[in-house]
Design a protein around this ligand. Structure first.
Ligand SMILES: Cc1ncc(COP(=O)(O)O)c(C=O)c1O
Length: 424
């Protein structure tokens, strides 16, 4: 698919939306038609990574077959084509999350790198002074804990943690009480990858802004499931990974308000991020290029644009409501299983169900159910503080995407009943 075709796809998406037909959607994802252990694949590990539609897979082949060249620096034909496609993808991302400008979209490896970029550059700037504080929560992915710890070693900065309730919701009263005159940033997950909780992110941002504090939102598990508008949220930074949004691995997005990105120092140094270089001094390019040192993941950026264009073919409301039906049905069927306990019971959840079964280790659940072709994730899901909160070593987790079906939920329930029978 050439960039011209990519652009025309975006136009089609804006004109008319596809009727939501899950079986037709499944036909767009070749991997969903394979078998695993002789059984049709039931892929319920979408919070870890999503499968890719053919348009995304084809765009990568197309890029290397017809368009491959390094971007930004060349005047030759292919370099211009590749640059136009890559920068076109930035525009597609900008529209997708409704950023004010494409220069607010920084391409990174993924959500992890985006948070590392902010933690590193904020700590190197004079934004953080010794004794300052940032607020995170007990339900953060390790990607929103460890980068702060590593970078805070250089300065005496404190992490303050919003506790979670037994249902898996943030304790907002405790949150309000965490602010002091030293609070510089709130860095918070939009939707929990372990509990499925959708946090009241707009309210969280409003509270922080009233205190004069900036907010970074980890939207990794939000963007595949609901429409996100960064201007409406009024978040100061927003991060997500392409591979959880039906795009390839190794590409992700850091959104930041212009006024804040401009104040941060560069993250890494090298080619493509400079204006002038001499042995005495270098000067840096404008945002977003200031943060994109070296040759980026060109085909990844383009393919992420194609993944978003693919999603734009649908009404996002149809995606959200189909996933809600899957979540509601799976929750009610799982609760019929004796000895099964769901971890994370907030009424505001998206597409993730973590659970434990009395007397059976989650690893045994995952291994045995895999023999039926059912892909579940088991473990701490990179959220060890959540496991500590509930005093659990691990959970089993089913996570849905819009291509999953109610029949697949039935297969999950049948598979779990088989596991329980083996252990009884
Ligand atoms: C909520 C959340 N944040 C951050 C990440 C890190 O994403 P990545 O490994 O793609 O950088 C994940 C991945 O599971 C996640 O679920």
């Amino acid at each position: 698919m050439s960039f011209t075709e990519t652009k025309s796809l975006l136009k089609i998406a804006k004109q008319g939306k596809r009727v939501f037909d899950v079986l037709k959607i499944r036909d767009d994802f070749p991997i969903l038609h394979r078998t695993v252990n002789g059984k049709p694949l039931v892929y319920l590990d979408n919070a870890a990574t999503t499968q890719k539609p053919k348009a995304v897979i084809d765009s990568i082949t197309n890029y290397y077959t017809y368009e491959n060249a390094n971007i930004h620096r060349g005047l030759h034909f292919l370099s211009e084509v590749a640059t136009e496609a890559f920068e076109g993808a930035r525009l597609i991302v900008k529209e997708f999350i409704n950023a004010m400008s494409a220069s607010e979209i920084v391409f990174v490896k993924g959500a992890t790198e985006a948070i590392n970029l902010i933690a590193n550059t904020m700590c190197r700037s004079d934004i953080f002074k010794s004794g300052d504080e940032i607020i995170i929560s007990q339900m953060e992915h390790h990607a929103n804990i460890v980068p702060w710890q590593i970078n805070f070693q250089k300065k005496n900065i404190k992490l303050k943690v919003i506790p979670i309730t037994d249902e898996g919701e943030l304790d907002l009263d405790a949150y309000r009480n965490l602010f002091t005159e030293r609070t510089k940033l709130v860095s918070i997950v939009h939707t929990s990858n372990s509990l499925g909780t959708v946090n009241p992110i707009k309210e969280i941002i409003e509270i922080a802004h009233k205190e004069g504090v900036q907010v970074l939102v980890d939207g990794s598990q939000a963007v595949p499931h609901r429409k996100v508008d960064v201007q409406d949220l009024d978040c100061d930074y927003f991060v997500f990974s392409g591979h959880k949004l039906f795009g390839p691995t190794g590409i992700g997005v850091l959104y930041g308000k212009t006024k804040y990105l401009e104040k941060l120092p560069p993250y890494q140094g090298g080619g493509d991020m400079i204006r002038t270089v001499s042995f005495e001094k270098s000067t840096f390019d404008d945002i977003p290029h200031k943060f994109e040192a070296g040759t980026p993941n060109i085909e990844g950026g383009i393919a992420l644009g194609v993944a978003i264009n693919y999603l734009n073919e649908f009404n996002f409301g149809d995606i959200t409501s189909h996933e809600q039906s899957l979540l509601d049905y799976a929750t009610s069927e799982l609760l019929k299983i004796n000895g099964l306990r769901i971890i994370g019971t907030s009424p505001n959840k998206a597409s993730v169900i973590s659970f434990v079964i009395d007397g059976i280790h989650p690893y045994d659940i995952g291994t045995i159910i895999d023999t039926d072709g059912i892909a579940l994730r088991t473990g701490h899901h990179c959220t060890q503080p959540i496991m500590q909160r509930y005093n659990l070593p691990a959970t089993a987790r089913a996570s849905f995407a819009f291509y999953n079906t109610l029949e697949e939920v039935d297969k999950l329930i049948a598979g779990l009943n088989k596991v329980i029978k083996m252990f009884s």
